[in-house]
Ligand binder design. Structure first.
Ligand SMILES: Cc1ncc(COP(=O)(O)O)c(C=O)c1O
Length: 386
């Protein structure tokens, strides 16, 4: 069999020579070029001091915010100027909700009980501002029937904040009918793409989604605190969040007391942007673009299908979808002592994590091999208590 051309990328990620790294849906491995990026940040600070914020024109901190936002946008089909950076998804969810008036009849937030906790907790807190939650239940704790979600969206719905791929099971939601229904009744959709970006190809423009939110630490192999919000360009002029700050102003360096939102994506920002972190994410996004999402997805489906089948044959409970078209990049494998076993796996050099109700999340990426998937399954069989 011909050698897998994607394996040449392994040398870009030093940890892969020391560990069986299969937790790419939680924290991707660090690209070696991140050392250069972070050193460059330190050199800019040390050599130029405060001037590094804006000088020289092509290599300064504010410019880098726009460049990295543009790069992230390019991975999800967002036009330049429609994305801006933030610390985390929780804050961005709060920001989007803060742009909506929940005091009237249209006060419903519709989502499901498989969502990540950050946006869920924020939505719960928004009931203090008049929001009413409609939470659709999963029947099998793996996926959520898209028709149930579509039916729950009505003319009282303000926003539908849902994940593209569910963190606990890797269920890949069919978001198109949800977006279409929301638009039909005048509601908006906030799509959390954190678990899909870098492993499942998608295009926010083609999806016609209103907002998309996510971060950089998972499949795109970046460091923490470079999260982002995409606002559909035609919605940008009307996007007026209450959660704002000095750098969102049309003229931030004039420090005017009257607030006027920036005309461009800076209005999504709040206060000082996550500058240090910026320099830890560029190599990962660049590598993902170079490898190509179609190739990444093709390999992901191949490896997750292999894992799914072999885990089933070995008698493990698999809490991920059987249908590869409804599965993101992860296979969640459960057994009675799975939580305890995942610590042993890490001690033995197999890097994975465990989520209650999901199991051990095994998430191969383009640089992983079938042999690594077989090896972790063999190790789990040894660790499983009857
Ligand atoms: C779907 C999803 N959304 C968001 C997050 C992270 O949220 P935050 O940026 O608030 O930590 C995660 C996991 O870390 C996730 O899996």
């Amino acid at each position: 069999m011909a050698a897998d051309p994607l394996l040449k990328w392994r040398e870009e990620f030093p940890i892969l020579s020391r560990k069986t790294y299969l937790i790419n849906n939680s924290l991707g491995p660090m690209p070696r070029r991140v050392y250069d990026g972070l050193k460059h940040f330190a050199d800019m600070w040390n050599d130029r001091g405060v001037v590094a914020w804006h000088d020289p024109p092509e290599d300064n901190w504010l410019h880098e915010c726009e460049e990295v936002a543009g790069l992230i946008g390019s991975v999800m089909g967002a036009p330049r100027g429609s994305v801006m950076l933030h610390l985390n998804v929780a804050t961005l969810t709060a920001q989007v909700l803060s742009s909506i008036n929940f005091s009237g009849r249209r006060n419903r937030i519709v989502y499901d009980d498989m969502q990540f906790t950050s946006p869920h907790y924020v939505c719960q807190q928004w009931t203090r501002y008049g929001a009413e939650l409609t939470i659709v239940k999963s029947d099998d704790r793996i996926g959520v029937d898209v028709q149930k979600l579509v039916d729950a969206i009505d003319d009282r719905t303000a926003i539908v904040p849902i994940s593209h791929v569910y963190f606990r099971s890797a269920y890949l939601q069919d978001v198109k009918p949800i977006i279409e229904k929301a638009h039909k009744v005048g509601a908006k959709v906030l799509l959390d793409v954190y678990q899909s970006i870098g492993t499942v190809p998608f295009n926010v423009t083609d999806l016609n989604v209103d907002y998309a939110v996510g971060g950089s630490v998972k499949w795109v192999c970046g460091g923490p605190n470079v999260c982002y919000l995409y606002v559909r360009p035609d919605l940008m002029p009307g996007y007026k969040p209450a959660l704002t700050g000095w750098i969102s102003h049309a003229r931030p360096f004039k420090f005017e007391m009257e607030f006027e939102p920036a005309a461009d994506a800076w209005r999504i920002s709040t206060g000082t942007p996550p500058v240090v972190a910026l320099y830890s994410v560029r190599p990962g996004y660049e590598i993902i673009r170079q490898v190509g999402l179609d190739k990444i997805r093709e390999k992901s489906v191949r490896l997750t299908t292999h894992l799914f089948e072999k885990a089933g044959e070995a008698g493990f409970k698999v809490n991920s979808p059987a249908d590869p078209n409804r599965r993101g990049g992860t296979v969640c494998i459960d057994f009675a002592n799975a939580e305890e076993a995942h610590h042993d796996l890490i001690r033995r050099g197999y890097v994975v994590d465990y989520r209650p109700g999901g199991g051990i999340r095994v998430s191969p990426h383009f640089f992983n091999t079938k042999e690594e998937c077989d090896a972790i399954l063999a190790e789990m069989k040894k660790l499983r208590k009857a």
